[in-house]
Design a protein around this ligand. Structure first.
Ligand SMILES: [Mg+2]
Length: 125
């Protein structure tokens, strides 16, 4: 089944690196989108929801943590969307908190294509 992906990160370079790592992982997406912060992501998702979001934690305007809360409480159109956080921050408290708020997974940097494959494959069906 064809899937869609959105990469949310305030660094354009990091978005490119993540996109390249996704490709190297062998996972294929029919449609890919990008956003520079949570607010921009939500605006795009309102009209064009995706299957999977890879989301940074620290971003200006709206952080990944705020974004997850807002999507899970206000964006019914995204109820089928899986959100995987990607961050250098790896405290258990942060991970548990964002999972409790509705994120579906957490990938810590540095990441590899193998790690992406392992963490994203369960959501590709
Ligand atoms: Mg950032």
């Amino acid at each position: 089944m064809s899937k869609s992906l959105m990469i949310v990160d305030d660094s354009a370079t990091m978005r490119k690196i993540i996109m390249r790592t996704v490709r190297m992982s062998g996972l294929e997406f029919e449609r890919t989108e990008e956003a520079g912060n949570g607010a921009e992501a939500i605006e795009k998702l309102k009209t064009a929801p995706v299957d999977l979001v890879l989301c940074d934690v620290n971003m200006p305007e709206m952080s990944g943590l705020e974004m997850v809360k807002k999507i899970r409480t206000e964006l019914k159109i995204c109820e089928g969307t899986k959100i995987i956080m990607v961050s250098t921050e790896s405290s258990q408290e942060l991970i548990d908190g964002v999972i409790a708020d509705g994120a579906n997974g957490f990938i810590t940097k540095p990441f590899t294509p193998e790690k992406f494959q392992e963490k994203l494959t369960p959501f590709m069906n």
